[in-house]
Write a new protein. Structure first.
Length: 376
């Protein structure tokens, strides 16, 4: 049995590099063009090809992607966006940044995702968008309520920060723009595909892509290359500074070239946990639909969670809690509504160490410690 001080289990998650990232960044440094450049645009094309979509708009973070997607969809002051409370605060802050109001929705305790019925229960006359969060990489199926949402002019903006590489039916998550869904990815440090920092929007139309590109660059629609060759440029509308740098795009391109390894490693690690956790009384694994997902994490519901959490932390095992409910946060108090399922579930969930550096032996070690902690 290996020591609990090993980094693989000390960390809940960790960036995973394939080895060519440093050289790719060095090449950009030598070029002298560190901001948005042809490297960024090459990354956009390669991600679009991977997803089998016409276009992808790369931005500086997943939060920026959500913010710009809402703005590009026309969501703003006075509008309401349905979102699960059990998500990272970035989902909610993007809504607030757009000038809209979050309307918190319940989750399914088995998947930690919203359902069609929980979305319908949260709708009001002011609802203009729904933001399903693809928790753990699992696709959220809202096809049963899609006609109703479309009929009311409600846009679906997917927070797919954790779901790059996952499938929804026979298409990749992100490939449903034609069905009226805007999808946003995060390429942050510990995501399935990392750029070091970054995000991406899969727009529904060329017009929406053009709007998102203007928004990400201070309302300037000309490319950097065009601006360099010109004596002027035009600022056509409101905009923010959300571009993805060439340095980050270079990391992402290297990551994407090796993404088949991640597509194999993460599901294998999750299945190893699933098998090892079977039969532990008081522990239930949260389902990520592993046959169609590239899992971002491994989350369990644990009886006596807080004591078990403290026990494992004291042994140097990097467990975490993802996430404290947002409807209980002071910043979002104006939009509080009772969510008993979310509150009960949030008091039970715990994230186990989960990243591609881990081995089957690491999983065995973590699960053995978990079994002992639960028994105590």
């Amino acid at each position: 049995m290996k020591s609990p001080s090993r980094p693989a289990v000390q960390r809940n998650a960790s960036p995973y590099l394939h080895g060519g990232e440093a050289a790719a960044v060095a090449q950009v440094l030598e070029s002298g063009q560190y901001g948005h450049s042809d490297v960024t645009e090459a990354f956009e094309r390669e991600v679009a090809a991977y997803l089998d979509v016409p276009e992808v708009v790369a931005v500086e973070s997943g939060t920026a992607a959500l913010h710009l997607a809402l703005l590009a969809a026309g969501i703003g002051n006075g509008d309401e966006v349905v979102v699960p409370s059990l998500t990272f605060a970035a989902s909610v802050q993007a809504i607030v940044a757009a000038g809209a109001r979050p309307r918190f929705a319940e989750i399914d305790p088995d998947t930690l995702c919203v359902t069609g019925s929980s979305v319908l229960d949260a709708l009001t006359p002011d609802t203009r968008a729904v933001m399903p969060v693809l928790y753990g990489g699992r696709a959220v199926d809202l096809t049963d309520v899609a006609p109703l949402l479309a009929g009311r002019g409600i846009t679906v903006v997917e927070d797919a920060a954790q779901a790059f590489g996952s499938w929804h039916g026979d298409r990749k998550v992100g490939a449903f723009g034609a069905s009226g869904t805007l999808t946003c990815f995060s390429f942050g440090p510990i995501k399935n595909l990392t750029c070091g920092q970054g995000g991406g929007i899969v727009p529904r139309t060329p017009e929406e892509a053009d709007k998102a590109r203007g928004l990400r660059m201070l309302g300037i629609r000309q490319s950097q290359a065009d601006r360099i060759r010109s004596t002027t440029y035009s600022v056509d509308a409101f905009g923010l500074r959300y571009p993805m740098s060439a340095l980050n795009a270079a990391i992402g391109r290297t990551q994407l070239a090796h993404f088949d390894q991640i597509e194999a490693k993460r599901p294998h690690l999750w299945r190893t946990y699933r098998d090892a956790l079977a039969g532990i009384d008081g522990v239930a694994l949260v389902d990520v639909d592993v046959e169609r997902s590239v899992p971002f994490n491994c989350v369990v519901r644990v009886r006596g969670r807080d004591a078990v959490f403290a026990d494992l932390q004291s042994r140097g095992i990097g467990v975490g809690v993802h996430y404290p409910p947002n409807h209980l946060q002071a910043a979002f108090a104006p939009w509080h509504r009772p969510l008993p399922v979310t509150e009960q579930t949030a008091a039970q969930i715990m994230s186990l160490p989960f990243h591609p550096e881990m081995t089957e032996q690491d999983v065995t070690f973590v699960v053995h410690a978990l079994r002992q902690a639960v028994a105590r």
